[in-house]
Design a protein around this ligand. Structure first.
Ligand code: AMP
Ligand code: MG
Length: 348
């Protein structure tokens, strides 16, 4: 129904990519409302659906859950898209961006995401900056136009990147100086993954929730064993895994310079920008994967790690007590202390 409509609109290729991204938790075994005789509240061994939200293919799989639960999760995705999308004019983010310096009252959830984004911005010396939007808008990593700013445009936009200038006030108000704008692309999916996971945690046998770079696993497989989540090999065009982590009730979030990029005159331009330059981060890292119960924190810190590069990233990760695996552009795997044992890491 809605799922079929979305897939027809976005094309089959996207669906297949989504399946590949599911990792090694098991084949998704999709059942698009196939079992007409099954009522929405009846517990089923396995239920799965694919949709396009947050500019990415989202695959939700429940084991020991109901269609009603799955439907409620999709409804939540739609609500978060409407709240947080930069391109939906009525969203909180769009309203903040066009408020011209006036305070805007937002949903308490938006306010909370902004509060958390500020803490990561502070902790990462602003490597993570949600006010990066003015320069993000000057680049096109998605539609194949290879648009990029001139040096003049880029330098003119840099003073507009300043997370400290975003004021979170009483009563869920947000004030952003005129000319500035925000982009929650580096953190929102994490927040959403946490909320969607919380909807079924403790209520289903297991769940694999895949939001592209953010995977949340809830519970365990039917036999009680933990899910195994693949971490992509940045060098592989086909999405082969570089490593497999064994995870329970946590999120695995990967930021990578291979996710959105273009190559022009032999130069690799990727979508994670350095707030200090407005250019794709000049980093030795190809990807950063963080495993944490908070997909939101993992998401924001993973983006920051790419900007910082391996050395500063490892310092930040240990300061914050985060578990992570970094892959350099040369293919070297770096992990935080105890990571391999804790997640029974299997390197390919
Ligand atoms: P992620 O895939 O989580 O690393 O987020 C990348 C997205 O976050 C980009 O597509 C931009 O929308 C936005 N972004 C880019 N650079 C930054 C940055 N330095 N800090 C915060 N968000 C960023
Ligand atoms: Mg991120």
């Amino acid at each position: 129904m809605m799922k079929w409509k979305m897939i027809a609109k976005r094309g089959l290729a996207l669906t297949l990519v989504g399946l590949m991204l599911t990792g090694v938790g098991g084949s998704p075994g999709m059942r698009f409302a196939s079992a007409q005789s099954v009522s929405g509240s009846q517990v089923q061994d396995r239920l799965s659906g694919v949709n396009f939200y947050f500019d990415t293919v989202v695959t939700l799989t429940l084991m020991g859950g109901t269609q009603d639960q799955l439907d409620a999760m999709w409804a939540a995705c739609a609500r978060y898209e409407a709240l947080l999308s930069k391109t939906i004019s009525t969203s909180d983010v769009a309203r903040i961006n066009k408020a011209n310096g006036q305070p805007v009252t937002v949903d308490p959830e938006t306010w909370e995401i902004l509060r958390q984004a500020k803490t990561v911005s502070d902790a990462s010396d602003h490597a993570f900056s949600m006010t990066i939007a003015p320069v993000v808008g000057m680049w096109d990593f998605v539609n194949g136009t290879h648009r990029m700013p001139t040096e003049e445009q880029r330098l003119a936009a840099l003073p507009l990147i300043d997370d400290d200038a975003l004021v979170l006030g009483e009563g869920d108000t947000v004030t952003l100086p005129a000319g500035m704008s925000i982009d929650l692309g580096g953190i929102a999916k994490g927040y959403i993954a946490d909320q969607i996971a919380a909807m079924v945690a403790g209520k289903v046998q297991g769940a694999i929730l895949n939001f592209g770079g953010n995977v949340y696993v809830v519970g365990a497989k039917a036999d009680g064993s933990a899910f195994r989540v693949g971490i992509q090999d940045p060098a592989s065009q086909l999405g082969a895994t570089k490593a497999i982590a064994t995870v329970r009730d946590a999120s695995v979030v990967t930021s990578g310079i291979y996710e959105r990029y273009f190559v022009e005159d032999g130069v690799w331009y990727h979508h994670i920008l350095d707030p200090k330059t407005g250019l794709p981060a000049d980093t030795d890292l190809a990807s950063a994967s963080i495993i944490h119960e908070s997909s939101m924190l993992a998401d924001a810190y993973a983006t920051a790690c790419i900007v910082l590069g391996s050395e500063k990233a490892l310092t930040l990760l240990s300061q914050q007590g985060l578990d992570a695996m970094l892959i350099t552009r040369e293919g070297t795997v770096l992990t935080t202390d105890g990571f391999e044992e804790k997640y029974q890491l299997q390197l390919n």
